[in-house]
Design a binder for this molecule. Structure first.
Ligand code: ZN
Length: 197
């Protein structure tokens, strides 16, 4: 019995969600930048600018809520994937949220999806972000998915990547080019992070 209780206790200590709940820092990773515009040639607008804008809005909102934020980039510069991960892995008591917009050869592809890699706590965070972001759009709810993206796979933090809409789709682009829309998207992402905490 005692051994069972000890085992139970030690496995509870190792629960990723219990650990993740103690974070006070959010690493916010705006996709692409500099010569890397993001997306594909069919993009109606480049990805790098709207990704950075949403990331900065998320950062401001989290700071206002008392969290510390670290941006992997805060201007239109190129940052390698390994630099992004190195910035993340240098943080303590932190989580990692990467912000991208999607693209597809099929112009009808639209909506939002959120990726995570392996950990149960990352899945939990992805579910919250996906649920909240879908409140901003009538585009397709593409759900949460696992992916072996470098910035997720090499990350020691609880790490997710949100694809905030397709820049190859007219309806998603008209949302993404609206400052009000990007602010409401950022509010939903920030609220999801605060709910996760
Ligand atoms: Zn991207």
């Amino acid at each position: 019995m005692t051994r069972f209780v000890l085992l139970l206790f030690s496995s509870l200590l190792l629960l990723p969600s219990a650990w993740a709940a103690s974070f006070n820092t959010v690493v916010i990773d705006a996709g692409h930048g500099g010569f890397d515009r993001g997306g594909i040639p069919q993009n109606l607008i480049p990805e790098k600018n709207v990704a950075l804008d949403v990331a900065q809005r998320v950062s401001r909102r989290l700071q206002n809520a008392g969290l510390r934020t670290v941006m992997t980039r805060n201007s239109d510069v190129f940052v390698t994937l390994s630099q992004r991960v190195a910035i993340a892995n240098a943080q303590k008591r932190a989580i990692f949220v990467s912000i991208h917009f999607n693209s597809a050869l099929r112009p009808g592809a639209c909506g939002i999806e959120t990726y995570y890699c392996r950990s149960a706590s990352a899945r939990q965070l992805a579910v919250l972000i996906q649920r909240n972001c879908m409140r901003t759009t009538n585009g397709e709810n593409r759900g949460t998915k696992t992916a072996n993206y470098y910035v997720l796979r090499k990350n020691k933090l609880t790490a997710v990547l949100v694809e905030c809409g397709f820049l190859t789709n007219r309806a998603d682009v008209s949302r993404a080019t609206s400052k009000e829309y990007r602010e409401s998207l950022a509010a939903q992402i920030a609220n999801a992070i605060l709910a996760f905490r």
